[in-house]
Write a protein that binds this ligand. Structure first.
Ligand SMILES: *Cc1c(COP(=O)(O)O)cnc(C)c1O
Length: 414
């Protein structure tokens, strides 16, 4: 790696502009680290909590304590944290099926939920919510905020059992929703009817702020452990945190209505989950600093980025709009080339199940598919937007930025 001095100057100048912003991120990480440390100490975490278990896993103190720690950190009555949850989509699916019953209505109020949830909700003959007689309505955001009139009308027409809010952006050109905005929507809904269960897809959102959706009265909050709260260390798993009565319903879906959280062993042991949540505030800060650097550098080079470089971020994702398909593909390929794992692999646009367009992805990660590690993906369609996120260390992201810019300038013959 030989870095061109012209490129280094571009990146170092951008970094200089981010100084104050980085100081704010450090303060968020500091306060969140304190929250996490207190949860460890209040639950007297000891080496015995890391032990592997087998079979039914009755009285698995490592599992039970991990759940308590997440509940403490997120200020919820209860939490399910489990390596038996295979992904974020699985965690979200468990939560939906745990709460909704035939003839109930589900209402999504931040536009379409994440892509992989659409067939969970509306698929035909695959055991979707629709197959079980759950009806579904969706309200788009209006000017990047909730459409309160439409929400009110939908509730008055037919009361939903569950309202769904997605904090992150998905493949949309908008910033993620702030916890403050989510809190206003929750208050609005609870004032109409406090019995409606409100669920937030918190993927990519954990530790971006000093409060979480659970602090503003969300009944259920769901996320993936191969994103922020796994700290880059957890090898798999998901979490669901929230009110005791809903969490127990969801636990009955995780295992069985007769068993709930009484069983569930993990032969790999729990150390990586504990260490992961302990590191999560710092890892998330590194990824966010890296995301801001991508934003600042590409904005300085004249590209449109979202959110703006020094705007408060509500998830770790940065969207960058490229001029051509070739620029976009070369950007994603450079992210792969800058990775510690599989750096020699060349990603290409490919047809993927569940997507209308071809997709190109870069993920040279320690934990397969982890997106708290530096990764990027993009559907191949106009406008050509790359979604880049993650980074275990800020320094690594900075190197990746330098490599991307070098390639870009080389191709432009600048
Ligand atoms: C990652 C993600 C999910 C879940 O995705 P998995 O790949 O199944 O872990 C859901 N919602 C959002 C917003 C996400 O970013």
């Amino acid at each position: 790696m030989n870095f061109d001095s012209k490129v280094l100057k571009i990146v170092n100048d951008a970094e200089e502009k981010l100084k104050d912003f980085f100081a704010e991120l450090e303060n968020v990480a500091f306060l969140n680290q304190k929250k996490v440390l207190e949860a460890f100490q209040n639950n007297s975490v000891a080496l015995r909590h890391f032990s592997a278990t087998t079979g039914y896993g009755y009285d698995d103190i490592g599992r039970d304590t991990l759940c308590k720690i997440f509940a403490d950190i997120f200020h919820t009555e209860a939490a399910i944290v489990s390596p038996l949850i295979a992904s974020g989509t699985h965690a979200l699916t468990l939560a939906l099926f745990g709460v909704l019953r035939p003839n109930d209505k589900m209402l999504a109020i931040s536009g379409a939920p994440y892509d992989t949830l659409m067939s969970v909700i509306q698929g035909e003959n695959i055991g979707s919510l629709k197959d079980f007689g759950v009806t579904y309505e969706q309200i788009a955001l209006k000017n990047n905020d909730f459409d309160f009139d439409a929400i009110n009308k939908s509730i008055e027409t037919e009361k939903p059992k569950l309202i769904f809010i997605g904090r992150s952006r998905g493949y949309e050109w908008r910033d993620a929703l702030s916890v403050e905005k989510i809190g206003k929507a929750i208050k609005y809904i609870k004032d109409i009817d406090k019995n409606i269960t409100i669920m937030v897809d918190n993927c990519y959102g954990e530790f971006m702020d000093i409060i979480e959706p659970s602090d503003v009265n969300a009944d259920i909050m769901v996320g993936s452990l191969i994103k922020n709260p796994g700290g880059g260390i957890a090898p798999t798993g998901g979490y669901i945190a929230g009110k005791e009565n809903v969490i127990s319903q969801i636990a009955y879906r995780l295992t069985s209505p007769s068993i709930g959280m009484e069983i569930g062993s993990y032969t790999g042991g729990y150390q990586q989950f504990y260490q992961g949540i302990f590191l999560a505030p710092h890892t998330t800060m590194n990824a966010t600093k890296g995301s801001a650097l991508f934003g600042q550098v590409f904005s300085d080079l004249g590209y449109q980025v979202c959110p703006n470089p020094t705007a408060k971020c509500n998830d770790t994702v940065r969207s960058i709009k490229f001029n051509t398909k070739d620029e976009l593909i070369s950007f994603i390929q450079m992210i792969q080339k800058a990775s510690p794992i599989d750096s020699n692999v060349l990603p290409l646009p490919w047809d993927m199940p569940g997507y209308d367009n071809q997709v190109i992805m870069a993920a040279g990660t320690f934990v397969a598919g982890s997106s708290i590690e530096l990764s990027a993906d993009s559907p191949i369609k106009e406008p050509y937007i790359a979604y880049v996120q993650g980074g275990l260390t800020y320094e690594h992201v900075k190197i990746a930025v330098i490599m991307c810019v070098s390639e870009l300038l080389k191709n432009k013959n600048l």
